[in-house]
Ligand binder design. Structure first.
Ligand SMILES: *Cc1c(COP(=O)(O)O)cnc(C)c1O
Length: 361
């Protein structure tokens, strides 16, 4: 890696593509002759307006977003969406949630403040190490939506098949898998993603929402800023947006388009993840924590035979120049997050290190 950069396996904030960072560095003092950096620029300026328009157009192209969906950039990171979803979409006050781990758990907890939450499937019985069968869920007729966390960042599971929502709207938290593979937007009412896992700097979420779900008749207590309509009506510029984040995300959208779009990205990600999973399957020392059929392409939790040994391996990886491989405190072990911007060489280097470590025992 150039510039003394490290292979950063963090679950987020995570690595950004090096060519994107280089371009940003080039433009940081004087953005394309404007005499200022994007950090200093008015969100109403013609330079920023074109940065914004291009970012939205590139994301639309990348995900093939139909015309009847809006793209919004909302501040407050992913967590604000846990509240915005129920505040805006609970018309009947009932929603169904699939409980697959830490992040769906947070969404459930928050939604309960605004209405009745029905947990229609859960994988809690096996410590969230798999994705429950969602082909025949018990969904009440008046349910406003069905909610999933499509890739559980901490637990390392991912939905290979979307739930059968029986005609109800599907809402998906795609934070840790956003743009990692093609996505058929029409299958969803709302897709949202905190951007710091697979796109840009923390503090913002991309929300892709079907237009008929953007309502004005939300409860009076809903703050102006937390209505999707506020953002939709003003093209995400009701107040000063996070211009810097939109600019960085826009560069990543363009970078992914130039790589060949999401089919190409998926192919790279599958090859990359296979390097690690194949090793874990062949190892006598390490074990992957997730049921094979539900494994995430992005977050790979695994364990050694004991907690003490886990800690020793984490320390050794750190010593060897790999960063942030400690598993989340709620599940322990190790976790390698291998988002879009993690180069394949990073995963190959890690696997070589783990192999040598195992051989030295
Ligand atoms: C990181 C993450 C979030 C929360 O994002 P913040 O920007 O830290 O609020 C929500 N959902 C998932 C799946 C995540 O990985």
């Amino acid at each position: 890696m150039k510039h003394g950069r490290t292979f950063n396996f963090s679950a987020g904030p995570a690595m950004m593509p090096e060519p994107v960072l280089e371009e940003i560095a080039q433009e940081v003092l004087n953005y394309r002759g404007s005499g200022m950096s994007v950090m200093e620029m008015s969100h109403r300026s013609k330079e920023f307006t074109s940065i914004y328009d291009e970012a939205v157009a590139d994301l639309r192209k990348l995900m093939n977003i139909p015309d009847n969906y809006k793209v919004l950039f909302v501040q407050g990171g992913g967590t604000v969406q846990f509240a915005m979803v129920p505040m805006n979409l609970m018309k009947n006050g009932v929603a169904c949630y699939v409980d697959t781990g830490s992040w769906s758990g947070k969404a459930i907890k928050e939604a309960k403040k605004y209405g009745e939450v029905k947990v229609v499937a859960s994988s809690e019985d096996k410590n969230y190490s798999y994705v429950p069968d969602c082909s025949d869920l018990d969904i009440p007729d008046n349910a406003d939506y069905v909610y999933i966390c499509e890739n559980e960042t901490i637990n390392g599971t991912t939905f290979k098949k979307l739930p059968n929502t029986k005609g109800h709207i599907l809402v998906s938290d795609q934070s840790s898998m956003f743009l990692s593979k093609p996505c058929n937007v029409e299958d969803y009412g709302v897709i949202w993603a905190g951007v710091q896992k697979n796109v840009g700097p923390a503090g913002m979420a991309v929300v892709i929402i079907r237009e008929d779900l953007i309502r004005d008749d939300v409860p009076d207590f809903v703050p102006t800023y937390l209505k999707y309509k506020t953002h939709a009506d003003k093209d995400s510029m009701y107040n000063t947006p996070n211009c810097w984040d939109i600019y960085c995300c826009g560069k990543v959208f363009k970078y992914l388009l130039n790589l060949g779009g999401l089919e190409a990205v998926q192919k790279i990600n599958e090859e990359k993840a296979a390097v690690l999973y194949d090793y874990l399957d062949s190892s006598d020392y390490f074990t992957g924590s997730v049921a094979k059929e539900d494994r995430s392409l992005m977050n790979v939790p695994f364990v050694s035979p004991s907690k003490d040994e886990d800690a020793a391996v984490v320390a050794a990886t750190k010593e060897a120049g790999f960063d942030n491989l400690k598993g989340h405190r709620s599940v322990g072990g190790l976790r390698a997050s291998i988002y879009n911007a993690m180069p394949k060489e990073g995963v190959e280097a890690l696997v070589k290190f783990l192999k040598d470590y195992e051989a030295s025992l």
